[in-house]
Write a protein of this length. Structure first.
Length: 362
């Protein structure tokens, strides 16, 4: 709609997301009649794939300079953008004006958004404030009470953007997420107000900024303690060897769940054996002083499961350190680029039972 109101063009590089096609179109700026691409949309996993491709294909002999001269704006949707990723988008792709959006297909589709003049801290730690004519509240998943400012709970949204009828052919699922309520927040309309329960855990600060802390169903409960995967994932993206990381809970007889992380390393990184025995090099051979020392002397990067655990231990509490580290080449993702954690959980349980061996896919 913005392209219609502003007389601009929108480009679709391919039918489904393909980082090679995105970069190809971005590099056509000099030959395009309109002068080139000025804005780029995506979710975090899409941006990571594009940055990885740029890193592999850039001309190492030329001095590093801004490659996409007109590309200055962007929208990142789906979740908060980790600080390290935002810094890379600015320095490597030139996205100085990056806005963060949050929403769902069921809310048509943006409920919150950062402003271009928001402080960087708000852009990397929140999804901005509510859009006009949208209401929201944070409620306790346990008993439905209204949460205080700064208290985590489930994000619930109301307004013109909430889907009208529900999920096609699924009245049970519709009843789970759409509820008519009376007198909770704001003016009560005749017949009550429709709210949609997003399934996202969030908190709101006193200035109205909403912070998404993860999917409620993705929350890991280890020995009665709630662990938020996003907190660990954001830390791991700070490792130069790590391309992507996704944290899930795997079954544990003692604690109910344990923290496991699936790590995709950059293409030039040599990995050791993980907690499933994958990797093929042998963890010990990659330790300093062994094959790892030789690899470093040759300028190769190395990554072991212990390096992953120690990195997290250096920045977070001990109970957040992953018990298990698994290597993976490509994450299972939806068409919109979101990682399918339920497949990773299933994969992790199978790996620990020894029922899956020999490959690094899902």
């Amino acid at each position: 709609m913005a392209t219609a109101t502003h007389g601009s063009a929108i480009l679709f590089p391919s039918e489904a997301f393909n980082p090679s096609e995105v970069i190809r179109v971005l590099r056509l700026e000099e030959t395009m009649s309109h002068g080139g691409v000025t804005g780029l949309y995506g979710v975090s996993t899409m941006f990571i794939a594009e940055l990885e491709l740029l890193q592999r294909t850039q001309n190492k002999t030329k001095p590093k300079e801004k490659e996409f001269k007109r590309l200055t704006k962007g929208i990142a949707a789906g979740s908060s953008v980790p600080r390290k990723l935002m810094e890379r988008l600015r320095s490597e792709m030139g996205l100085e004006d990056l806005a963060i959006c949050y929403g769902m297909t069921e809310t048509s589709p943006v409920s919150c958004m950062t402003a271009l003049d928001d402080p960087v801290e708000k852009k990397v730690d929140s999804v901005g404030k509510l859009m006009p004519w949208v209401e929201a509240k944070i409620v306790s998943p346990a008993d439905g009470h209204l949460c205080e400012i700064g208290e985590k709970g489930e994000l619930v949204v109301s307004g013109y953007l909430v889907m009208e009828g529900g999920y096609f052919g699924d009245e049970v699922k519709t009843a789970e997420v759409l509820k008519i309520e009376y007198g909770d927040v704001g003016e009560v309309k005749e017949g009550g107000k429709k709210w949609i329960y997003t399934g996202d855990e969030a908190e709101m600060d006193q200035d109205g900024y909403v912070r998404i802390t993860g999917r409620i169903k993705d929350l890991i409960i280890r020995g009665g303690e709630n662990i938020h995967p996003t907190e660990i994932e954001n830390v791991l993206l700070g490792m130069s060897e790590v391309k992507e990381a996704s944290v899930v809970g795997v079954g544990s007889e003692k604690y109910g769940e344990e923290v496991a992380v699936f790590v995709a390393a950059h293409g030039d990184v040599e990995v050791g054996s993980d907690d499933a025995g994958l990797g093929g090099k042998g963890e010990g051979k990659l330790e300093r002083g062994g094959q790892g020392g030789e690899a470093e002397a040759e300028g190769k990067k190395i990554l072991t499961k212990e390096m992953v655990k120690e990195y997290v231990r250096g920045q977070l509490s001990n109970h957040l350190v992953p018990k298990y580290v698994f290597w993976i080449d490509e994450f299972p993702k939806t068409a919109s680029g979101k990682i399918q954690k339920f497949l990773l959980r299933e994969r992790g349980d199978l790996l620990l039972k020894g029922e899956v061996k020999g490959d690094r896919g899902v």
